[in-house]
Design a protein around this ligand. Structure first.
Ligand code: PLP
Length: 379
């Protein structure tokens, strides 16, 4: 099965009870047993739910994995990955990272004796400088949020394999439509399904996908033991979202490209961060590992003025000023005061998250309306 067919049919079967084409929302916590242990595959909805299972099978299919696990949020999925580790273990992580991931690593798991190295990975060979016999995991986000750095997944996976370290890739920005990390050698793919997979800004959810059975068993144990699962209603919505992922992504990419070029030619704009530009430092890697360049575009204004950036995001009318990304509607965010406010100023400026940086999640509206909106807001 090819990708577009997988988004609709991958891992799916018609419901055995009445042949419903979409899986029913099994809004139940428990399941009748004929004798203790005599059930039809489900016994309690934290451990498993048929609607969630349908979604998990779809997730496994679209990422070319064998096992999918759905969680109550993207952070809950990341939390489950770090729970594979023990006190004293070390993680090498991307430095330009979703703010909540940074907070989870540095404010929660650090307390439990896990050490994190936040480093630049645009040159993958830098990773080896931070690997020692305590390193158990490499955590990669690519493209990164919000600076749109691109990290070479294949080169990183070769380093991970050489040192027998797990490689996890946060594939939220790219989605499996653009890149499939498991095929490039990653062990775990993670998603905030809140974003492009769900695609309609109507749910919060996380996902993990793996190929290896032993790793899947260990993650399932954590999913069930820690209990951060998603409910059947949200599972249904995510599954419905995934069915149009390929056509939504196509338009996100087209509009993202148009917006990036418009901004790059605007006299008031300083830098535009979008991996499709030939001048992007890792354009060649992006071209090699991604099918297209996505709908996320970040930019700064000339003079790097905080107040001016705030004015621009306030002036936007078609773009909504809001956290999050990946929905059908265009959103704008000001990372320094919103998504990345939990990262100390000094730390975030090192990675480029300066005061005038604006991040756009370019939606699937008409390109002309998006450009006109940016034009009037920037002035
Ligand atoms: C949103 C996001 C997360 C966290 O996911 P939630 O669903 O909000 O918990 C992690 N990584 C990236 C890249 C994100 O954009």
């Amino acid at each position: 099965m090819k990708f577009n067919t997988k988004t609709i049919h991958g891992g799916q079967q018609h419901d055995p009870a009445y042949g419903s084409v979409m899986p029913p929302i099994y809004q139940t916590s428990t399941y009748a047993q004929s004798t203790p242990g005599g059930h039809k595959g489900f016994e309690y909805s934290r451990s498993g739910n048929p609607t969630r299972s349908a979604l998990e099978n779809s997730l496994a299919s679209i990422e070319n994995g064998n096992y999918g696990l759905a969680f109550g949020s993207g952070l809950a999925a990341i939390d489950a990955v770090i729970k594979l580790l023990e006190p004293g273990d070390e993680v090498v992580s991307t430095n330009d990272l979703y703010g909540g991931t940074y907070r989870l690593f540095s404010s929660i798991f650090k307390k439990f004796g896990i050490k994190f190295h936040f480093i630049g990975m645009e040159n993958a060979s830098n990773i080896e400088n931070y690997i020692n016999d305590k390193t158990k995991l490499i955590w990669v986000e690519t493209p990164t949020n919000p600076m749109m750095n691109v990290i070479d997944i294949k080169a990183t996976s070769e380093i991970a394999k050489k040192h027998q370290v797990l490689l996890a890739v946060d594939n939220t920005f790219a989605t499996p439509y653009l890149q499939q990390p498991l095929d490039l050698g990653a062990d775990i793919v993670m998603h905030s399904a809140t974003k492009y997979l769900g695609g309609h800004s109507d749910l919060v959810m996380g996902a993990l996908i793996v190929k290896d059975k032993d790793l899947a068993d260990r993650l399932y144990f954590i999913q069930n033991a820690s209990g951060a699962v998603c409910g059947p209603q949200d599972s249904f919505l995510a599954l419905r979202g995934i069915k149009t992922l390929h056509i939504r992504m196509q338009r996100h990419c087209e509009n993202g490209k148009a917006v990036a070029h418009f901004l790059a030619n605007h006299p008031k704009i300083e830098n535009v961060y979008w991996p499709g530009f030939e001048t992007h430092p890792n354009h060649d890697i992006a071209k090699a590992q991604m099918k297209d360049f996505g709908g996320m575009v970040s930019f700064t204004t000339k003079g790097n003025n905080y107040e001016e950036a705030i004015k621009i995001v306030e002036n936007l009318k078609v773009f909504t000023l809001a956290e999050s990304l990946g929905g059908v509607e265009s959103l704008a965010g000001h990372p320094a005061s919103m998504t990345h406010a939990s990262i100390p100023k000094e730390e975030r400026e090192k990675t480029g998250v300066v005061d005038s940086l604006i991040r756009l999640s370019v939606g699937i509206e008409d390109e002309e309306d998006l450009i006109a909106d940016l034009k009037q807001a920037i002035g």
